[in-house]
Design a protein around this ligand. Structure first.
Ligand SMILES: Cc1ncc(COP(=O)(O)O)c(C=O)c1O
Length: 280
């Protein structure tokens, strides 16, 4: 645990080992809360506005009243970046459900916490390796909201580890491949880029990648059927921390001969160029 960092937790600036939350907060007892996870490049937050929009949207979706304004949360984020020295970092914003007298309904004020952890330089090795994933039939609760209930994700990830895979993809009852435990999912069929639109978290990276693909590839936002995986040419997952990560195997299906795809690589190059221009 990095004990040097300074985090904002419930109005105080504390080191990670001093950060505490009431056991009576329904985040702890019932998993009721919203959060965001974004990153900085060279001490600048990546698409902060979109993350704050999604935080509000998640709170709306689960009926959590956030007593903190967007400006206030943004101010704290900038202060967290200033008070810590990390060049690249991951930032988590948590808004808890608040303390509860009866153990189920919130009666106290939600706590705002903003945590920061350092990130290393981009690992280009992942482009040589590609990732192996498994499918999981567990389902996220309120999939369009980013809540701290990651029970399905933790279980699926543990299952992935047992299979020597690095992550899992959620597949619903209609056999639609939805998204990763902490990422969005894309495939290429020829030069058509396909990604689901419904039943998934609207990833900020997902939307940036779709913008980067505009005009270069045909784009389809639609369900991806499990049985379709056999005929895809490339696959990748996206997230704030992983950017674009190629996928070369899903369960027993080997994709692109087991090698990361050239269009995926091209999109990653566009992504890197955008970050280097500071165009975010
Ligand atoms: C379930 C889920 N889907 C998608 C994503 C990717 O979102 P973003 O690109 O905004 O990091 C995440 C990120 O943590 C996630 O938890």
């Amino acid at each position: 645990m990095d004990n040097i960092a300074l985090w904002y937790v419930g109005g105080r600036w504390v080191h990670p080992h001093e950060a505490t939350l009431s056991i009576n907060d329904i985040t702890v007892l019932r998993g009721y809360s919203v959060f965001e996870s974004l990153r900085t490049y060279n001490r600048r937050p990546f698409h902060l506005k979109e993350h704050l929009d999604r935080l509000s949207r998640s709170a709306e979706l689960i009926d959590l009243d956030v007593p903190y304004t967007r400006d206030f949360v943004a101010e704290i984020i900038h202060e967290v970046i200033e008070r810590n020295f990390y060049v690249h970092a991951s930032i988590r914003i948590l808004v808890t459900g608040g303390e509860s007298e009866d153990g189920i309904l919130p009666s106290g004020k939600p706590t705002l916490a903003v945590l920061i952890t350092p990130l290393g330089e981009r690992d280009m090795e992942r482009f040589a390796r590609g990732s192996k994933l498994i499918t999981s039939h567990l389902q996220r609760v309120s999939p369009e909201a980013k809540t701290a209930n990651y029970v399905a994700a933790v279980r699926s990830l543990k299952e992935a580890m047992r299979h020597g895979a690095s992550d899992a993809l959620f597949v619903n009852e209609q056999k639609h491949v939805l998204e990763g435990t902490r990422s969005n999912f894309f495939v290429f069929r020829g030069d058509t880029l396909i990604t689901p639109r419904n039943g998934v978290l609207m990833g900020v990276t997902r939307n940036v990648v779709l913008e980067l693909a505009q005009g270069r590839f045909a784009i389809e936002e639609r369900p991806i059927l499990l049985e379709e995986l056999i005929s895809i040419d490339e696959a990748f997952i996206t997230s704030s921390s992983k950017e674009i990560t190629p996928v070369v195997q899903i369960d027993d299906i080997v994709i692109g001969g087991g090698k990361p795809g050239k269009y995926t690589y091209e999109l990653e190059q566009r992504f890197i160029a955008m970050v280097e221009r500071g165009d975010f």
